[in-house]
Design a protein around this ligand. Structure first.
Ligand SMILES: [Mg+2]
Length: 397
């Protein structure tokens, strides 16, 4: 039997605790759960750690699909039990028994059928995981890497910037830039602002002029504070201000972009979903860079549409995290010049796998570079030794 007519015979959903795609699910000594400005930082009792307000509550979702010849594909994102339940009790009907080539119609049916409660958030996480699993499966059936199915590479190697509190160390590891999580928000007043600027100044002194430095603001700010931070950061050659506001507050993004100094970029979109959400960020807010997460925005099928829209508007697409799932996309797109590497070592002092220990042979940048694998699908294997809790159809949580 050829590829045409190959049917999907099963879908399975698993939840994993302790890292994986839910990269906030880390021990207390990890930089990513310590004090970083968040939307909850205005409340003193939820400021000191990000786990205090439940940033690690969701856990990781793994979706596996199996074709009628036994070949499997998998996708990983966040969403945990609620997303796994949706996969097995609602979205599964659009997948099981369908043709393995039918990625577009499966996506469209999942999205339309969940519009009345979905569109963003956990539902889009679930749709994204299924979509990534379907691309992985199709690649394995065709014996082609996903990047080849997207049209082939436009760059042989990816170039990385690092996200974490130590851009100075990242420079030594071969990265071209460092994105610093902002520690103090508007509730910390002018003293907090001074400390933020002091951090930027120190890092600029350590990395020199030609290394990119950015702020990651994780939805934490209001417009007046973001304007002050942007103005004072310009002096130290800040490359971009990332995700300053509540993702629904398009008006603040628009207004910040309008007053951005020359050469400084306003970016966002990691918690945005679908081509419609990104249309607002591109056309109404005029963001310089959009940062869809392929595990949250609707999967690879939707990322292609989002990215094409950005391209037509002369915008860059620098996807948020998502490791190997992003790499296959980025290597095929001219308007995706650099790639994010989340520094998942607790002290951000070395490069470690983002999805550890869920992916067996997870590719990582070496000296800030990576060549995307030629293996079929996304080119990685699921580590089933890791405790995967299967959520079966009909399960009541
Ligand atoms: Mg970010």
């Amino acid at each position: 039997m050829g590829l045409m007519g190959r049917k999907i015979k099963a879908i399975r959903a698993y939840v994993v605790e302790g890292g994986g795609a839910d990269y906030h699910d880390q021990s207390a000594d990890h930089w990513i759960v310590k004090q970083i400005a968040t939307p909850m930082s205005i409340y003193p009792e939820y400021k000191a750690t990000r786990t205090s307000f439940g940033i690690n509550a969701l856990k990781t979702l793994v979706v596996e699909v199996e074709a009628d010849n036994g070949v499997t594909g998998f996708g990983i994102t966040t969403g945990g039990y609620p997303a796994a339940w949706l996969v097995m009790n609602h979205l599964d009907r659009f997948v099981v028994g369908k043709d393995a080539n039918s990625i577009e119609i499966i996506w469209d049916q999942m999205y339309r059928a969940s519009l009345y409660y979905g569109r963003k958030g956990i539902v889009m996480n679930a749709i994204s995981a299924i979509d990534l699993a379907l691309w992985d499966l199709l690649g394995r059936l065709r014996e082609e890497p996903v990047y080849a199915m997207l049209g082939g590479k436009v760059r042989e190697e990816l170039t990385f910037y690092a996200t974490g509190p130590r851009p100075d160390l990242a420079k030594g590891m071969g990265f071209v830039g460092g994105k610093i999580p902002l520690v103090y928000g508007q509730a910390d007043g002018n003293e907090g602002l001074r400390k933020n600027i002091e951090t930027l100044k120190t890092m600029r002194e350590r990395v020199g002029d030609d290394f990119l430095l950015m702020w990651d603001c994780w939805m934490a700010l209001d417009l007046p504070y973001a304007k002050k931070l942007m103005t004072e950061s310009a002096e130290y050659g800040l490359q971009w201000m990332e995700e300053c506001f509540n993702p629904d507050d398009y008006w603040s993004y628009r207004d910040l972009k309008k007053c951005a100094p020359n050469k400084m970029w306003v970016t966002g979109g990691e918690h945005e979903a679908s081509r419609y959400g990104f249309r607002a960020l591109i056309e109404e807010c005029d963001l310089d860079v959009i940062q869809p997460d392929v595990g949250w925005c609707g999967g690879l099928t939707e990322l292609i549409k989002i990215g094409n829209l950005a391209d037509a508007h002369g915008k860059l697409v620098i996807p948020h995290g998502s490791g190997v799932y992003s790499y296959h996309y980025v290597t095929t797109k001219v308007n995706s010049p650099i790639t994010e590497c989340l520094m998942m070592a607790p002290q951000a002092d070395k490069v470690v796998p983002q999805y550890y220990p869920l992916i067996k042979d997870e590719p990582m940048p070496v000296n800030g570079k990576l060549k995307v694998s030629d293996k079929p699908g996304f080119g990685v294997e699921l580590n089933k030794d890791k405790t995967l809790v299967e959520v079966k159809k009909g399960t009541h949580l």
